[in-house]
Design a binder for this molecule. Sequence first.
Ligand code: NAG
Ligand code: NAG
Ligand code: NAG
Ligand code: NAG
Ligand code: NAG
Ligand code: NAG
Ligand code: NAG
Ligand code: NAG
Length: 618
Amino acid sequence: MLAQQKNMLLKNLGCSQVLLAFVAIVLPSLESHTMGCPARCECNAQQRSVVCHRRRMQNVPEGIPTETKILDLSKNLLGSIRQARFASFSELEFLELNENLISNIEPGAFSKLPFLQSLSLRSNRLKLIQLGVFSSLSNLTSLDISENKIVILLDYMFEDLKRLERLEVGDNDLVYISRHAFSGLHSLRELTLEHCNLTAVPTEAFHSLHNLVTLRLRHLNIASVPPLAFRHLPKLRELELSHWTSLEGLLPRSFQSLNLTSLSLTHTNLTAVPHDALRPLINLRVLNLSSNPITIIESRTFSLLSHLQEIHLSGALLCNIEAHAFHGLKKLKVINFARNQLQTLEQNAFEVPGSIQVLRLDGNPLACDCRLLWILQHHQKMSFEEKPPICSTPAHTRGMSFRDLSDKLLHNHFMCQKPHITVKKQRHQVAIEGQLVFLQCHADGDPAPSISWISPWKQRITYKSTGRMTLLQDGTLQIRYAQIVDSGSYVCIASNAGGNDTHRSILTVKRFPSQSLTFNNGTLMYMANDYNGTDPKSIDGLMSGEYDIMTVLVAIAIGCFTFLGVVLVCLLILFLWSRSRGKKKPNIHVEFVPQNLETTTTGDTQRPVTRQISMRMI
Ligand SMILES: *[C@@H]1O[C@H](CO)[C@@H](O)[C@H](O)[C@H]1NC(C)=O
Ligand SMILES: *[C@@H]1O[C@H](CO)[C@@H](O)[C@H](O)[C@H]1NC(C)=O
Ligand SMILES: *[C@@H]1O[C@H](CO)[C@@H](O)[C@H](O)[C@H]1NC(C)=O
Ligand SMILES: *[C@@H]1O[C@H](CO)[C@@H](O)[C@H](O)[C@H]1NC(C)=O
Ligand SMILES: *[C@@H]1O[C@H](CO)[C@@H](O)[C@H](O)[C@H]1NC(C)=O
Ligand SMILES: *[C@@H]1O[C@H](CO)[C@@H](O)[C@H](O)[C@H]1NC(C)=O
Ligand SMILES: *[C@@H]1O[C@H](CO)[C@@H](O)[C@H](O)[C@H]1NC(C)=O
Ligand SMILES: *[C@@H]1O[C@H](CO)[C@@H](O)[C@H](O)[C@H]1NC(C)=O
């Protein structure tokens, strides 16, 4: 009985000894974790963190445990940091001093913090960071000094930050980055420079950033990117230039020597896709040109960027995407043209329309006709990212979303009307050398047809053509200083997605009737072949009519055989003219088209060399 009790007692004793031992082991460690939290701060023993937000502290508080790893003193009133201020917290890994009033940091302020990985000084009042402030922070990987008043980055100021991977230098008054400012930052992978007063790309300073992968340059007032501006950045893959409002163009070699996979040029004043500058970026995969005043994507703009997968051009002024615009882009997957002025996007813009997985066309005044039918045909395989295109015209489709359209409806709505040329008169037109000739062509159709002309030598004349033959906005072909070689048959072609219509006009240009010039009562007279009246018209009269004096002179010049002939006839006219007026014009300036034009019909007839002679009357 007694032995039993003793046994139990022993057992109990054993238990309590185990318990005691447990208390002895566990309690002290619990104790040390719960104790030593500074007043008004929040501490977490597991994470070894101390957070003191918005406590109006003017100094680093007393009582922070020495083994703290995370210390957050943001949103207080700290004014300056003395040398070795944090030296007693040698295990610190994260230190946040954001949104204080820090205007001065003594060199060595962060010394003896071998484990510090992240230091954040965002939104303070620093004007200058002296040499030595960041010395010995050899384990730092992330540094944020944005939103301060720093004016200059000094040479070698980041020299010791051998492991730094991310650096934020935004929102400062930076006017200058010295040549060796980034020296030593061999591990830097990401750099953001924004809201600065820099006026040029700090090309030389980037020299040390051998491993930089991502560079963001935002809100800068830099107007140009010089050739080879980023030449020292062999590992750079992502470049962002955004909110450069004074940037209006890029030079062909601006991005030379870069090997980017992602380029973002947004919120600038670029009015065209800078295709020459993009040319070296043959590995580019993502291109973002959003929010620029770009109106057109021309044929074959991206033809050398064969790896391009994504084009983002939203919130711009796009109104025209030409046929073959994305020629050569076999891997194109994502197209974002949201919020533009596009009426259509034709299938012929793409090399492989079936490769497109994401298409954003919302926020455009889309004309739902046969040109957009291809989108509905591919629409099962394509995502609109929950923002389907919406019809704007014709009226009976307005407001219809592409998502709701069933296949039956499609063919009733998405239709085109073949062009029909309405002006059929003036099939045969006769003109005199030197005359201004108009050949008309108007066409109806839905969508509005585009008009072009084929000249007798099978040259195509479009709105872009220059020279004597130009196409006016209404489809009329204008021929200035008509030549005999211009005679022949001109074909007007009106075409739209629904088809095309043609119309032929014959033009005959007759030699200028120079024999019909007469001298009568002190006035030079002109009588045209088709003139059947009795009174010849005077040149003065002609000047206000269909012909001007220059046309007449040029026509006369063409009628003569040699240059000498031209000069002689001109002299004759001017002599007679000056006699008739009594007053002499001391200088006269004559433009003429040389006669030998007929021999060069094939190539250059649209741009004859107009010669000029100046004469002085005696
Ligand atoms: C950097 O930190 C690691 C642990 O995160 C440590 O092992 C290493 O010694 C530190 N390096 C230096 C130079 O202090
Ligand atoms: C930087 O630009 C801002 C706004 O243009 C201006 O207020 C500030 O004074 C400039 N700072 C310097 C140092 O030039
Ligand atoms: C952008 O370009 C337009 C016209 O090309 C010009 O009027 C405007 O001032 C430019 N904007 C800036 C911020 O330079
Ligand atoms: C360019 O970048 C691509 C993709 O990152 C890479 O495969 C290629 O080797 C790089 N070329 C050079 C010359 O660095
Ligand atoms: C392209 O740039 C615009 C404007 O800066 C931005 O809103 C958008 O997110 C960017 N798109 C991508 C895919 O980066
Ligand atoms: C006009 O349409 C026909 C077929 O309808 C086509 O063969 C021809 O190439 C088109 N011509 C032009 C110039 O578009
Ligand atoms: C000749 O010209 C003068 C003045 O220019 C005019 O008064 C006269 O009527 C003209 N004579 C004839 C026959 O046209
Ligand atoms: C001659 O001129 C008159 C008007 O001046 C015109 O009505 C008529 O058709 C012309 N005759 C010929 C054959 O050109």
